[in-house]
Each structure stands twice: as structure tokens, then as C-alpha cells.
Design a protein around this ligand. Structure first.
Ligand SMILES: Nc1ncnc2c1ncn2[C@@H]1O[C@H](COP(=O)(O)OP(=O)(O)OP(=O)(O)O)[C@@H](O)[C@H]1O
Ligand SMILES: [Mg+2]
Length: 250
């Protein structure tokens, strides 16, 4: 296994966001994590990376027990997150944002070549490399966030809702890039995505979370075929109608 989380717990005060959750990813897999708003998807990804403290449980990555490792040590080991909301630095250029992704690397000689590879993959970014990131469209910003993650030399790329806020066409384009990264580079991917149908089309396996627990896991094709399950827990294809995080704040 490339990643193995066992019995993970994340609490915010009295809220148990992740409850004894276990998850595994083999090298080369795309695994989708599905679940309604508040199911604990982002908390899970953040805990895997050490951005949010796990109160209990273990995380093993690429042969090491990383449970007590800092976030930066996990990133250096190849565990990389494309966060919810993209977190592009608008005051920097496209190229400067890409370089930020390489900040933890020690093999800086390879970075220039890899920046050019990112530009080949995302021609819209190449055309704007010296422009402020603030001129990018939502879809381009998401590609920049993925490009920045690629510059960190990931072995496992975790993406938190990469298609959020994008038109269906751009959402498909972003998810097609995710699939291509997996196919072409064998990149292992953990994908949190509200665009359930499309996520299940590109994923090999899926986990369905409810209230911080795994309600079900299995091959993506089995989920895709189970319409009643998807309707009950996810409201298939309703990504555009979901409430914004601000509306959910209590
Ligand atoms: N920083 C925080 N402080 C307190 N509670 C939090 C915090 N972050 C998340 N929570 C709570 O933890 C639970 C899980 O939240 P999380 O953001 O992990 O869910 P999610 O599945 O990513 O939801 P969404 O689909 O809306 O992004 C929710 O009940 C949420 O309100
Ligand atoms: Mg979330």
C-alpha cells in the first residue's frame, strides 16, 4: 500500500469530524472519497497531511509511519494536497505560484524542466506565466493549483473538490486532467469530489463517508450502478446546488 490510515480520529471540540476511519490506497489507484457536506472529507485529507491534528489513529505512507511527522516532512515524502478553494496567491505571478510548490524540494535542478512540463500540460498557464494569478479564470486557477502540486513531486496527490464552482464543461476538463495524470504518470490520486458521477467514472475505487465514518467502500463501478445509494446520500449531480461553506457555518 502507498497510503494506509487506520482508526483515524479528528475532533474539533465536541464535534467528532472523523471517527475511527480506515482507508488504503495502492500505488497507481484513483480513489474517490464521497459524502455529503460535513461528512468529514476535508478533515480526513487534512489529517492525512498533518494539517489538522489526528487525536488517534495511524498514518503510514510509502513504507514509513508518518503519524508524528510534520506536514512539511510528509510533503517532502511525496504526499501533496490540492486544497479546497485552491489557495492560489493572487499577488504573485503564475510562475511564482508554481515555484511555491517546489519550495520543499532539494533537487532544484529538475524544477525548471518540470515547470516547462506543467506548461505543456496546461497551455493556458504557459500563455500567462508572467501575469498575475489574479487574471486567471476559475478553471485556470484550478489547473495552477494542480500544477503547483505537481511541482512538489507527488507520489500521492490528494485533491479536495477540484471542480467546485466550475461550469460543467470546465469541471470535466479538470477531472480529465486528473485522470490523465494517473494514466500517463501512474500518479496515485485521492479525490474528494461532489461531482459524484464524474468522479466515479475516473476512479477505480470509492469510499462513502457519513458522519466521519466509512459507510461503504468498493469498486467505483459498483457505486455508480447503485442509484438508490447515490440518491440517498449524495443527491447525484447536484454539485451546483450545494450550499457554500459560508452558508453552512453555524
Ligand atoms: N476548524 C473547524 N472547527 C470546528 N469544526 C469544524 C472545523 N472544520 C470542520 N468542522 C466540522 O467538522 C465536520 C466535518 O467537516 P469537513 O469540512 O471535514 O466536512 P466535508 O465533508 O469536507 O464537508 P464539505 O463537503 O462541506 O466540504 C463538520 O461538522 C464541520 O462543521
Ligand atoms: Mg470539504
Amino acid at each position: 500500500m502507498l497510503l494506509e490510515a487506520r482508526d483515524l480520529e479528528v475532533r474539533y471540540g465536541s464535534v467528532r469530524a472523523v471517527r475511527g476511519l480506515s482507508l488504503q490506497l495502492a500505488p497507481g489507484e484513483i480513489v474517490a472519497v464521497l459524502g455529503a457536506n460535513g461528512a468529514g472529507k476535508s478533515s480526513l485529507l487534512r489529517a492525512l497531511l498533518g494539517l489538522t491534528r489526528a487525536h488517534a489513529g495511524k498514518v503510514a505512507f510509502d513504507g514509513n509511519d508518518v503519524t508524528r511527522w510534520s506536514t512539511s516532512a510528509r510533503v517532502r515524502a511525496g504526499l501533496v494536497l490540492v486544497p479546497e478553494g485552491r489557495r492560489i496567491v493572487m499577488g504573485l505571478t503564475v510562475q511564482e505560484n508554481l515555484l511555491m510548490g517546489a519550495g520543499q524540494r532539494r533537487d532544484s535542478s529538475a524544477v525548471q524542466t518540470e515547470i516547462e512540463q506543467v506548461y505543456q500540460r496546461f497551455p493556458n498557464l504557459a500563455a500567462r506565466r508572467h501575469a498575475s494569478a489574479s487574471v486567471l479564470s476559475g478553471g485556470e486557477q484550478q489547473m495552477l493549483a494542480i500544477g503547483r502540486a505537481l511541482l512538489a513531486a507527488p507520489k500521492l496527490m490528494m485533491l479536495d473538490e477540484p471542480s467546485l464552482g466550475l461550469s460543467p464543461r470546465l469541471a470535466n476538463e479538470v477531472l480529465a486532467h486528473v485522470r490523465d495524470l494517473n494514466r500517463e504518470r501512474g500518479l496515485t490520486i485521492l479525490l474528494v469530489e461532489q461531482n459524484t458521477q464524474r468522479a466515479l467514472e475516473i476512479a477505480h475505487r470509492a469510499y462513502l463517508l457519513e458522519l466521519g465514518q466509512v459507510l461503504r467502500q468498493g469498486p467505483a463501478a459498483e457505486f455508480a450502478a447503485d442509484h438508490s445509494l447515490l440518491d440517498a446520500y449524495l443527491g447525484r449531480g447536484q454539485a451546483a446546488q450545494r450550499p457554500t461553506p459560508a452558508q453552512l457555518t453555524t
